[in-house]
Design a protein around this ligand. Structure first.
Ligand code: MN
Length: 228
């Protein structure tokens, strides 16, 4: 097989304690999945159907690398999130089988050009310019569920320059991991290599150049990046 030009490289994430990488297929993100964050964004905290948007695999920034402040925005926000990494997929996956498809977990930031997202919301336009920009998904190394199990509770927090800005617990997820996989698989054919960013707890806010971001999820890992 020959191509007109070199095809893009397979995007991969490191695996903690393993020299073998996780090949990334798609990135799905869940919106408004913690009640307190839904309230801070001006929405009802009641359980309504989940909604999703996507980032692109090449938006990932591997743990430790810098996050370049993007163009065309003056209000870039941090959103700390649990990442669910799939080893297999399918359509219409039952809730009770959903965790069988999970390879492991990680910690990621759903960086958001909030000002552009706000315009998109107001105009009824898609969210890509606010959500799926270059470097918009800093992510930790992944850890295997066979090592840590399937976390359903545990602290999730983000510090900016050493100060806690976001704090929550995985037990506050409105749509639990098996439910979000089941629901998503009704909308899309899921595949091995897909990542799901599971939504952010309350406390989102702006970042500035020079800020050091540290994310943590109990039992899952740590994420570090610097805004440059
Ligand atoms: Mn988010």
């Amino acid at each position: 097989m020959s191509y007109l030009f070199s095809p893009p490289q397979q995007v991969e994430l490191p695996v903690r304690g393993n020299s073998v990488s996780f090949p990334v297929h798609r990135i799905y993100c869940v919106g408004r999945n913690y009640a307190a964050h839904a309230v801070e964004m001006g929405h009802d905290p009641d359980r309504e159907d989940p909604f999703f948007f996507q980032k692109n695999p090449d938006n990932l920034v591997v743990n430790g690398e810098a996050f370049p402040y993007p163009d065309k925005s003056a209000d870039v926000h941090h959103e700390i999130e649990l990442v669910v990494a799939l080893k297999s997929g399918g359509r219409n996956i039952p809730v009770e089988d959903a965790l069988d498809h999970v390879w492991g977990y990680g910690v990621a930031l759903d960086m958001t050009r909030r000002d552009l997202q706000g315009v998109a919301k107001k105009m009824g336009r898609p969210w890509e310019v606010g959500k799926a920009f270059d470097h918009s998904a800093p992510c930790s190394a992944l850890v295997a569920a066979s090592d840590i199990g399937h976390p359903s509770a545990g602290a999730i927090w983000l510090k900016v320059n050493g100060e806690v800005r976001q704090e929550g617990d995985l037990n506050q997820l409105i749509w639990k991991v098996p439910e979000m996989i089941a629901y998503l698989s009704g909308l899309f054919t899921l595949e091995a290599g897909d990542l799901i960013l599971s939504g952010t707890p309350a406390g989102v806010g702006p970042v500035n150049r020079g800020d050091v971001l540290e994310g943590h999820i109990d039992g899952v890992g740590e994420l570090h990046t610097k805004v440059v």
